[in-house]
Design a protein. Structure first.
Length: 274
């Protein structure tokens, strides 16, 4: 500590000499100010070296992160694919519509390697599709209608995932209807038929809560596929074989993706892992 203070004092004295040599008429002012600075340094309660010896962690800057993210996209993708973005400037014709969870770990664009213009996407808590109701959930209905009737998508995928917080809340939904959340509970309760199916089928089993949640995540996808058919324009396109409805499940813990199709029944899933 004594050595550190001595170094600081010597630095201030050298600075004083330099300033005075350059501006002789400021000698008294400089001497006073620098002497005060030296006193302040000497009065500090030194707890360690002035310069950190370990790695320096800068505080997170959200604005810088967003700007850097766009710069990376612009230089590494936008500028290197001019033909693609010239085409997209004229309009979109996505082949897929995807309902996925809002969970930050399961973005379909990354998981399924979608390119710009390839997918029309809806993300919400637990990737749920409500049944047709013109008075409720109009945001989902409007997006679905636009995708099917205006864009003419040929494939709809509802993609669930492992460790879903929305499904955990659904499986914990109180029997007495008392709720802890204003919006979340009202939303996830549309999946109660999936929960009931799991609870009934696992009544005599030994599955723990986590296993039931993973089962419910898949059953909730099937419920959403069934709900899709309550929309007249979806049902019409599906019956005319212009629209395929598929369910998916992404296990981000083990890196596994399952895919199945809604036909007259739920087909056996295809499991993809490498």
């Amino acid at each position: 500590m004594t050595s550190q203070l001595s170094d600081v004092t010597n630095y201030i004295q050298d600075l004083q000499k330099k300033l005075v040599s350059e501006k002789e008429d400021l000698e008294d002012v400089a001497a006073t100010k620098l002497q005060n600075l030296a006193v302040e340094f000497n009065e500090l309660n030194w707890a360690g070296p002035m310069v950190p010896t370990g790695p320096i962690t800068l505080p997170f800057d959200p604005v810088k992160r967003l700007i850097d993210g766009f710069k990376h996209f612009k230089t590494s993708y936008f500028d290197t694919h001019p033909a693609l973005f010239d085409e997209l400037a004229l309009g979109q014709s996505p082949k897929f519509m995807v309902f996925s969870c809002s969970d930050s770990r399961v973005c379909p664009s990354h998981v399924l390697h979608f390119q710009p213009g390839e997918v029309f996407m809806v993300r919400n808590i637990a990737n749920m599709v409500p049944a047709f109701d013109q008075l409720k959930h109009s945001g989902v209905g409007a997006t679905l209608e636009y995708a099917v009737k205006e864009l003419g998508v040929a494939n709809i995928l509802v993609m669930g995932h492992s460790n879903c917080g929305g499904i955990k809340r659904l499986m914990s939904y109180p029997e007495d209807g008392s709720v802890a959340f204003d919006f979340i509970d009202e939303w996830v309760k549309m999946g109660l038929p999936a929960k009931t199916k799991v609870i009934t089928e696992e009544a005599a089993g030994s599955a723990d809560f986590h296993e039931k949640c993973e089962r419910c995540a898949r059953e909730s996808v099937n419920l959403s596929l069934a709900n899709l058919l309550t929309y007249p324009f979806v049902q019409k396109a599906h019956l005319e074989k212009q629209l395929a409805l598929r369910g998916g499940y992404y296990d981000f813990v083990n890196g596994i993706f399952e895919l199945w199709e809604l036909q007259s029944h739920i087909s056996n899933p295809i499991t993809v892992q490498t």
